[in-house]
Design a protein around this ligand. Structure first.
Ligand code: GAL
Length: 461
């Protein structure tokens, strides 16, 4: 049912699990700064699951599930406290060396994300992702990681969810660095992220690929979208527009044309005109003399959580991404809500999205690098709903492979452990293992869904 070398994985990210926020010479990241700012009420990742000290407990969880792959991220500021290769924190290098070596010793392949939301604060102080300088700084960091860990890591992701970094961090201000600069900065930040990703991919391609033989991509998140009223042409257009502003924003440049989707650019430029904004396009352009962004992914890495119905939105005279998109999203009442209100459970959407990716981007190999279901209290250790969710979703992936011919290389559940769920703090739990944050030992206990996922893996691997 699943190909022989299918990757059965689970994921985490550095800030969400490691803790040790200033241990052994680590520099602060924008998430440290954001969470420590007065008025932020959702807690912080200062300790979290303390995986910096309790990594071996995580490894036991990984083995208990029988994973073939584990997705983790590196903390840039743990390796390079001021963000540059001028200062290397050897303790950070040792930590990730141990993690990678332990995984390999247990026959688990690491998939490593270089950037999962946690920019070194020192670089934020120099303009962060809004500054064009970041592109080279990211490339140096990436090269340092390829050089240091690439003899053992064969699957790399440069940036996790540039959409979320840009929109939540710079448009809505609900993620670090917490800026609310609607209609402008998110486009710039996303642009620099794409340029940084492309430069790092080219570096890998030129200097490391021949010897290390790995693969590099970036993780793109997208909902599946359906017209609110099926067959209604305005709703179909709205769907297409929103898809251009989410998946297309990153997938078009990397997988299709080397540039942003035309509908995205015209929607933004039309809106600028309407609002009397006279500057140059708010959506930047790629320079011809830079290494091309087209073709800079060796596989398609998809993070999928949920689906939406879409219809045209009411016009607005405020400059924002919302008014640029001009759509309204609605939930289908037949899709049950998992923990947080945004997470409507719609496993069928994953199959549709996989088929869409196959058809639109010329049948790339796809890894589902995140997919999951959350609980918000009261927490159930016998979490039958989440068990059912994983079973149904994995069935949809099987159908995408068998019936639609999608080349799916792996599936990574989010997440191995309950952890710091960004602006939702510890109240939203995605783990296959429960973490007792009240207990000094931060004990990990498998949920029913973890046991069920282990059975699915055992049956198929
Ligand atoms: C993604 C993110 C993960 C995790 C997940 C669940 O956007 O990459 O870090 O938090 O959402 O909300």
């Amino acid at each position: 049912m699943f190909p022989r070398y299918f990757a059965w994985g689970a994921g985490t990210s550095a800030y969400q699990i490691e803790g040790g926020w200033q241990a052994d010479g680590k520099g602060p990241s924008i998430w440290d700064a954001f969470c420590h700012r007065a008025g932020v009420t959702f807690g912080d990742g200062d300790v979290s699951c303390n995986s910096y000290e309790l990594w071996e407990k995580d490894l036991e969880c990984i083995q208990q599930l029988g994973l073939t792959h584990y997705r983790l991220s590196l903390s840039w500021a743990r390796l390079l406290p001021d963000g540059t290769t001028q200062h290397i924190n050897q303790k950070g290098v040792q930590y990730y060396n141990k993690v990678i070596n332990d995984l390999l010793a247990c026959n688990v392949s690491p998939m490593v994300t270089l950037y999962h939301f946690d920019l070194p604060q020192a670089l934020q102080a120099q303009g962060g992702w809004k500054s064009p300088e970041i592109v080279k700084l990211f490339d140096s960091y990436a090269k340092f990681c390829f050089q240091t860990f690439g003899n053992r890591v064969k699957l790399w992701l440069t940036i996790n969810e540039p959409y979320v970094c840009a929109k939540f961090g710079y448009e809505d201000g609900i993620h670090a660095p917490g800026l609310k600069e609607p209609g402008i900065s998110a486009y710039l930040v996303a642009h620099n992220m794409l340029r940084a990703h492309a430069m790092a991919w080219h570096s890998y391609d030129s200097f490391y690929r021949a010897k290390q033989k790995g693969k590099v991509s970036l993780a793109i998140n997208s909902d599946w979208l359906e017209p609110s009223l099926s067959g209604c042409s305005e709703d179909i257009d709205a769907c297409e527009r929103l898809l251009a502003f989410t998946l297309g924003w990153f997938a078009w440049p990397v997988f299709k044309t080397g540039d942003y989707p035309e509908i995205m650019r015209s929607a933004i430029d039309d809106q600028s005109k309407k609002l009397g904004y006279n500057g140059s396009s708010r959506l930047p352009s790629f320079f011809k003399d830079e290494p091309p962004v087209l073709g800079t992914a060796d596989f398609f890495a998809l993070n999928y959580y949920t689906s939406r119905k879409v219809k045209p939105g009411r016009g607005s005279d405020v400059m924002s991404m919302k008014s640029d998109r001009g759509v309204e999203e609605v939930l289908d009442p037949s899709w049950p809500i998992s923990g947080p209100p945004w997470l409507a459970v719609a496993p069928h959407g994953l199959r549709n999205l996989l088929k869409y990716i196959k058809d639109t981007f010329n049948n790339p190999a796809v890894y589902i690098t995140e997919n999951g279901f959350a609980q918000v209290g009261p927490l159930l250790m016998e979490d039958a709903e989440r068990s059912g969710f994983y079973k149904n979703t994995i069935m949809e992936v099987a159908k995408a492979i068998q019936e639609d011919g999608v080349d799916v290389g792996g599936y990574f559940a989010w997440s191995l452990l309950d952890n710091f769920e960004w602006a939702d703090g510890y109240s939203v739990r995605f783990g296959l293992f429960h973490v007792n944050f009240e207990d000094a030992k931060l004990s990990r206990t498998i949920y029913q869904s973890g046991r069920e996922y282990a059975k699915i893996i055992l049956k198929h691997k």
